[in-house]
Design a protein around this ligand. Structure first.
Ligand SMILES: Nc1nc2c(ncn2[C@@H]2O[C@H](COP(=O)(O)OP(=O)(O)OP(=O)(O)O)[C@@H](O)[C@H]2O)c(=O)[nH]1
Ligand SMILES: [Mg+2]
Length: 420
């Protein structure tokens, strides 16, 4: 185990961070070490540049890999930048950090729910618990690490408030910055909140997978999955982060060497198919993600890299489509945004409030992206590989990672047949 591995943070967002101009000082060092490690095969390394809009689920993929190192240590292992095995376990200070993040996620979600309770007039009279939250909201940063007992109790009482529950049921109508992070739903029930706000709370791996903290910069992670070495660079996708993308991608491509198999891993949140863009009329956040993907595909330096798309948040997408049966406005939105890619039969079913096969609706999203890919001018030398994913679902992600080696080897051999 590397000398510094016990002191280094292994949590997503805190590991092997690139310096501000996008160069990894460690990268050069690492290249010389891998080739000369005693007893090591001159093994291939599958290298992923993971990118997408903010909140698409990129860091959740990393957290799942870390969780799998915990659940199945014989098959999944984590490494430092010199490919020395390291502990995947979250150290005490990281658990403490996630404890704060999760409490903060819950607080933010309740503040958002309370906002909708007010603006949708869901509560007949005012609530003193809601007043406590409103008073806190401005000062939370300073005191987030030690929420006072009466505030915690007010939060727990609020989650039982029928008005808050009614707002939660209308989550698909929430837009802009006032949206609840998809993973936070996992925490929004009384039993879980009692646990989260107890003094002895230590987040489980599953809780960490559901937590939300935006990534800044570019983070470098290394794992082996059934002996196959993979290196993933996780790029922050918030608007403020996206300005650095070109320099990161150029540096990443130029660090290529023999034995690397390079892939762009583009993560898309299908849940955003109906969320209007906060700044541009007439498009959704999914459209913005699609445009970002097109811009990346136009970049000359990546034409020799494989390109994989994870269509993520399949569970949220499925749930929204299911809700179409009871929510005519959501039905209309779905037809407005996706109708041109849907079969006429399916549109008729949806209009009647009947269920449309999920398989067909997944193909609708894939078709939207395939059409956009056809408009890309820059010639590609590799095909495009796609998967529908639910990054918070450990079983699904483990099945995906278990199969990925064979799939990637086939991809490298016969890229043409992998075109979407
Ligand atoms: N329900 C559900 N939640 C998901 C899924 N994938 C990710 N999430 C949640 O979505 C939130 C955002 O996920 P992140 O992994 O932080 O998103 P990101 O792409 O890394 O975002 P940035 O770091 O801002 O670029 C977290 O609360 C996750 O738990 C999914 O497939 N289903
Ligand atoms: Mg992230």
């Amino acid at each position: 185990m590397g000398a510094n591995c016990c002191t280094e943070s292994h949590a997503p967002d805190n590991y092997n961070t690139y310096n501000s101009n996008g160069n990894s000082k460690r990268e050069k060092h690492k290249i010389s070490v891998i080739g000369t490690q005693p007893g090591s095969d001159p093994q291939e390394i599958y290298r992923f540049f993971m990118v997408g809009m903010g909140s698409a689920g990129k860091s959740t993929v990393i957290k799942q890999l870390q969780k799998l190192c915990h659940d199945r240590p014989n098959m999944y292992k984590m490494y430092d930048e010199e490919w020395n095995p390291i502990s995947h376990e979250f150290a005490g200070h990281e658990k403490e950090r996630y404890r704060r993040i999760i409490r903060r996620n819950v607080f933010d979600a309740l503040a958002i729910l309370e906002y909708y309770v007010q603006s949708w007039s869901l509560r007949p009279s005012s609530s003193s618990d809601a007043d406590v939250i409103a008073d806190m909201a401005g000062n939370l940063t300073a005191s987030e690490s030690k929420l006072e007992r009466h505030i915690m109790n007010a939060l727990i009482r609020l989650i039982k408030d029928p008005a808050i529950m009614a707002a939660l049921c209308r989550r698909s109508e929430m837009i802009g910055t006032r949206q609840i992070a998809d993973g936070t739903i996992h925490f929004l029930n009384e039993a879980k909140m009692v646990e989260i706000f107890s003094d002895s709370y230590a987040p489980s791996e599953d809780d960490i997978v559901h937590s939300r903290s935006p990534t800044t910069g570019i983070q470098d992670y290394r794992f082996s999955v059934r002996g196959m070495r993979i290196q993933i660079h996780d790029i922050g996708g918030q608007k403020v982060e996206r300005g650095k993308l070109l320099s990161y991608i150029t540096n990443w491509v130029s660090a290529d060497r023999s034995g690397y198999r390079n892939f762009i891993l583009y993560v898309v949140s299908m849940a955003e198919y109906n969320i209007p863009h906060p700044e541009h009329n007439g498009i959704t956040l999914l459209d913005e993600s699609l445009m970002m993907m097109q811009n990346i595909l136009e970049l000359q330096p990546i034409q020799n890299c494989g390109f994989m798309i994870f269509f993520n948040k399949d569970d949220v997408y499925r749930e929204k489509l299911r809700q179409c049966a009871q929510m005519p406005a959501l039905r209309d939105d779905t037809i407005r945004w996706l109708g041109q890619y849907m079969k006429e039969n399916d549109k008729a079913l949806l209009r009647k409030g009947a269920e449309v096969s999920h398989d067909s609706m997944q193909k609708v999203i894939a078709k939207k992206f395939t059409d956009a890919i056809k408009n890309v001018q820059t010639k590609r030398y590799k095909g495009i590989y796609r998967k529908f994913t639910c990054a918070v679902d450990t079983k699904m992600m483990s099945a995906l990672f278990d199969a990925i080696e064979g799939e990637l080897v086939n991809y490298m051999i016969d890229t043409a047949s992998w075109m979407m």
